[in-house]
Design a protein around this ligand. Structure first.
Ligand SMILES: [Zn+2]
Length: 293
């Protein structure tokens, strides 16, 4: 197992090296350790190769095993809340004792029309949130990005361009998208992201070692409102709060926000109701960073 770990680590390390990726001083980087699904995949590939060498007529079976394995890896990447490809925050970690917090995460901004309204609503409820911003938008609206941070919220990494083919990128493209956003956000706000969320939550096995090198943790969500596609604010609200538990991570959007039937962005209609029910249930809205051990 240790040898396989080393081999997988060397393979991905090589791929990252070839991509020209450099995350700075590696001495402080957490060591990437492959998820069990990657061990299984490596074993299937080695087994298939050995089978073909020993019994060449078995090649269709070996090929089928490898194809099924690749299907499994792709499926794991298409399932945002999956932990099969590596660690992934789908709820807040518990540190013992009673947890009474919920994290509101707000994606795809900053947006010059929606984000200021969201910031006012959060301030009115004395609530903090985590903004997964797109690097290019942070560069386009630097004052807004700085205002988010000045108000006590955190900005995390949601890639530089929010490319819809993000999960199809190889190590070079993925690394560039993430490290460029890391640079943009740090330069504009003075605060370096500690979390990454993949565009649409879709990813592939190359992502995990890149995040380890950049000292980023992958975060998805407990529930999402689908507020970029659904105009019905009531339905988005119900999807987020039924049920509602301590430690939930909820997802809304200030960028690409759908318009409710009233014409207002859906998040602006949903957020005050969400903040009200959190207060009613004595659940404190916190940022992801504040839940770090
Ligand atoms: Zn997004």
């Amino acid at each position: 197992m240790a040898d396989l770990d080393k081999t997988l680590g060397e393979f991905f390390g090589f791929a990252l090296h070839m991509s020209g990726h450099n995350a700075g001083p590696s001495a402080t980087s957490p060591r990437w350790s492959p998820a069990p699904l990657l061990y299984a995949s490596a074993a299937i590939h080695l087994g298939a190769a050995a089978t073909v060498l020993a019994r060449p007529r078995m090649w269709p079976w070996a090929l089928a095993a490898v194809a099924i394995n690749h299907g499994g890896l792709a499926a794991a990447g298409l399932w945002p809340r999956s932990r099969l490809l590596g660690p992934n925050w789908v709820t807040l970690p518990r540190h013992g004792g009673e947890s009474t917090s919920v994290a509101i995460t707000i994606d795809d901004g900053p947006d010059p029309e929606v984000t200021p309204q969201v910031l006012s609503q959060l301030a009115a409820h004395r609530a903090l949130a985590t903004f997964f911003c797109v690097g290019a938008r942070v560069e386009r609206y630097p004052d807004l990005a700085r205002e988010i941070v000045e108000r006590g919220h955190h900005i995390e990494n949601h890639s530089q361009q929010h490319r819809h083919n993000f999960s199809l990128l190889g190590p070079k493209g993925m690394s560039a998208e993430i490290s460029r956003a890391q640079d943009s956000i740090s330069r504009v706000t003075g605060s370096t992201p500690l979390f990454f969320r993949a565009p649409a939550g879709l990813r592939n096995p190359f992502l995990d070692p890149i995040l380890a090198r950049l000292q980023l943790r992958l975060a998805s969500w407990t529930r999402r409102g689908f507020d970029t596609v659904h105009r019905n604010a009531d339905a988005v609200y119900r999807r987020l709060v039924n049920p509602l538990h301590d430690g939930d991570i909820l997802l809304l959007h200030d960028g690409n926000a759908a318009r409710a039937h009233s014409g207002r962005p859906v998040i602006v209609e949903v957020l005050p109701r969400l903040l009200d029910i959190l207060a009613e249930r004595n659940l404190q809205p916190v940022t992801l960073r504040s839940a770090l051990p």
